[in-house]
Design a protein around this ligand. Structure first.
Ligand SMILES: [Zn+2]
Length: 131
């Protein structure tokens, strides 16, 4: 393996634990603001945005790692910052998945006719009212 690449990978591994806890703190602060009252569809839109953001970040990280192989000067600070962003995105996606699961499992009742709604129903099965 390239020596430079090995250096970068060593640095990345050393900071992995510290980064994930920092990302967790950052996320907790942001997540508490956003949380509840978001519909499943809004959460899905947010998740799609985050996945696109993560794909772009992963592509940048891949380019940087490949750059070390072709002799580009490695900037491990920039690489670490990108990895940290990916950590935050991943944690936010986990939170969104959990929130979607929670919303889908919660038992609801139609506000108009009182019929029980099944998990995931957008409309009442009895009267068609939007839930
Ligand atoms: Zn109903």
């Amino acid at each position: 393996m390239d020596e430079r690449l090995q250096d970068i990978l060593d640095t990345v591994q050393k900071t992995a634990v510290e980064m994930s806890s920092a990302a967790g703190e950052l996320f907790t602060a942001a997540g508490q603001k956003a949380s509840s009252l978001l519909s499943v569809s809004k959460l899905n839109v947010r998740a799609a945005d985050l996945k696109a953001q993560r794909a772009a970040l992963l592509q940048e990280v891949g380019s940087m790692v490949y750059g070390t192989h072709t002799g580009a000067v490695a900037d491990s600070d920039t690489l670490l910052a990108k990895l940290r962003e990916i950590d935050v995105v991943n944690q936010e996606l986990d939170k969104i998945d959990a929130e979607i699961a929670r919303l889908r499992q919660s038992v609801r009742v139609c506000p108009l006719c009182g019929a029980d709604a099944k998990p995931g129903d957008a409309f009442c099965r009895h009267c068609g009212t939007h839930l």
